[in-house]
Design a protein around this ligand. Sequence first.
Ligand SMILES: NC(=O)c1ccc[n+]([C@@H]2O[C@H](COP(=O)([O-])OP(=O)(O)OC[C@H]3O[C@@H](n4cnc5c(N)ncnc54)[C@H](OP(=O)(O)O)[C@@H]3O)[C@@H](O)[C@H]2O)c1
Length: 348
Amino acid sequence: MTIRVLLPGFGNVGRRFCRLLEKSENLEESGRKITLVGVATRERGSLWSDEGIPVGKLLEAERQTRRVDALSLPGVKKGIPVLEMIREGNYDILAECTSGNLKTVEYDPGFSHMKSALERGKPVATTNKTAVALKFGELEALSKSSGVAWHYDGTVVVGTPFLDYARTTLSEAGIRAFEGTLSSTCNYVLDSLIEGASLDQALMDAQRSGMAESDPTLDIEGWDTAAKAMIVAQALMDAPCPGLGSFPVRGIRGLTRATLAEARQTGGKIRLLARIVRSAEGVELSVGPELLPPTHPLSLLFGPTNGGVILTEGLGEVCFSGTGSSPRQAAYALLQDIRKIVRAGGKR
Ligand SMILES: NC(=O)c1ccc[n+]([C@@H]2O[C@H](COP(=O)([O-])OP(=O)(O)OC[C@H]3O[C@@H](n4cnc5c(N)ncnc54)[C@H](OP(=O)(O)O)[C@@H]3O)[C@@H](O)[C@H]2O)c1
């Protein structure tokens, strides 16, 4: 008995996911071995094998040639279009790892991939932040109407799996509001600024450590946090959420020397905060830098560490924190989501 996984997207996360599969040669959930049957990229080919693709050989072939379809083995088919695999292939779970574009508000191909799978009754696990932020409502409605699971813990603060916990455990306590830091890059850069570094220097350090993207604009200008805040709002509050561009978003450029000096003097932190508040109409969102007092729970976190405070009716404030975000952690979250799907028999 195997769990047959189809993986569109073989970039930083998809590759890491395959490494996790490779490390655990006999990776099982509920007695079923997790097997890769399909993989697809935009420009570097695609593979399908009914018998399962040997991930170690796939990783090695891709490492040597940069192409996914460099692997030639009996029974391995090449060049099947990804949508054809999703609509017609024999698989159990879609693991969606392609990228969208927040700058151009482009949620495809990820949205179409997930929609097509759910319409066929195939469960979905994804790390695709842009598609989930922008098309959450449609994907959630499809999952509800079909009764098929979709999980997206790999989209937000992937080193700290709080979404699933909050959704399953805290929602009955009545979630009223959320405030949190959702960008490791911004946390790290802000601490460096308080210590006296320039923005350029702090960004260069963050890039050198592999934390910041080569183009960190979306992080620094707050759009990455805004997209993640939209996912948190929709996942935890189950209410209509304003679209990207319809709520205030301020980044961390232009912090004044006076604010940085005040943070130094008080021992507080400056953080790019995502705020979500339940309102009569749905939820209100905002993203912007704030000077937090030293007693604030988020002032206790250092460097890239992310964290949040969830305000509930029944339990008061519940805080969480955890390591930042990396492809390895995203891949781990994806694998955990796949395990959850298997344990629930694919049902939501
Ligand atoms: N990197 C992280 O730390 C992290 C953390 C959490 C979530 N995420 C999210 O996870 C997703 C993947 O991230 P990543 O860093 O792995 O991105 P990436 O390195 O840019 O890889 C994206 C992959 O998607 C493929 N792709 C794009 N369009 C496609 C299409 N039309 N059909 C088939 N494949 C297509 C690309 O193909 P090519 O190889 O041909 O370009 C590439 O293999 C993104 O949505 C990202 O927001 C990333």
